[in-house]
Design a protein around this ligand. Structure first.
Ligand code: FPP
Length: 246
């Protein structure tokens, strides 16, 4: 394992992950798809530990998209059960590491038992300020923007907001978690080069890292490699590079 230190000034503050490839991982091993999701839960644990070790404050995981509801009922049931078990059996790890759990997405779509489990842990960890684990659940970037537009329109209709005063800050402040800074780095596993309706607004200037590793195989070394790659990038935010300026 590479243990050369990464420049602390170049550690991302917020990493977002599209955890992809669970199904293919299981299929390649002749296992049912839910085994891939179960192994993927171990990767979640490894990545959370890496964030703690590297001092990354925000970790957002795309755990279930608005589009995932069309999957076979059994698979959805298995994923929801996995989430419930995680909340029941692993919440102590959040407490041990003072991690605040948050959710972004249409939480009311989730089964009641999962909502109850989530709300319990969200409430119990609400005062931790060191780091945050954000689960995107029943999440879609277009759904989030649609919800924001609806809320802004409602305020305009009521006369609380003037249409001409709407700017980027107005939109950003109506997203699901407006206080969370935009991701610096977005990792996608399994080699797919797509954003898949994830954080459409927030990823505008994120660095993207795609690895062929399937999510259930993605562990600390892989995460570190992604952060190291990120630490060497030249982020320009529309400007020209520092070299070009000299
Ligand atoms: C994508 O792989 C993965 C998902 C839709 C679910 C991700 C969920 C977990 C890893 C469960 C654990 C989460 C927590 C927070 C405990 P896929 O099924 O689309 O894979 P495929 O593209 O190979 O079919």
């Amino acid at each position: 394992m590479n243990t050369a230190p990464i420049d602390p000034a170049r550690i991302p503050r917020h990493v977002a992950v599209i955890m992809d490839g669970n199904g293919r991982w299981a299929q390649a091993k002749g296992l049912p798809r839910h085994k891939g999701h179960e192994a993927g839960a171990e990767s979640v644990r490894a990545v959370m530990e890496s964030c703690r070790d590297l001092g990354i404050k925000y970790l957002t995981l795309y755990a279930f998209s608005v589009e995932n509801w069309v999957r076979p009922k059994d698979e959805i049931k298995g994923l929801m059960q996995l989430l419930k078990t995680y909340l029941e059996e692993r919440a102590f790890e959040l407490h041990e590491n003072k991690v605040r759990l948050r959710v972004m997405g249409r939480m009311s779509d989730l089964p009641k038992a999962v909502q109850i489990g989530l709300n319990r842990v969200i409430k119990a960890t609400a005062d931790y300020t060191e780091s945050e684990l954000i689960l995107a659940l029943s999440y879609g970037g277009r759904a989030e923007l649609t919800d924001a537009v609806r809320e802004i329109a409602r305020k305009v209709e009521k006369g609380d907001l003037k249409a001409r005063k709407i700017d980027e800050a107005t939109v950003a402040s109506h997203l699901y978690l407006p206080d969370v800074p935009d991701p610096d780095l977005m990792i996608r596993t399994s080699g797919e080069m797509r954003i898949s309706n994830f954080l459409l607004w927030q990823l505008s200037y994120a660095e993207i890292y795609v690895t062929n590793t399937m999510w259930p195989d993605f562990r600390k070394d892989h995460f570190r490699a992604a952060v190291e790659d990120y630490s060497k990038r030249n982020r320009r935010f529309g400007d020209i590079s520092a070299e070009e300026q000299t």
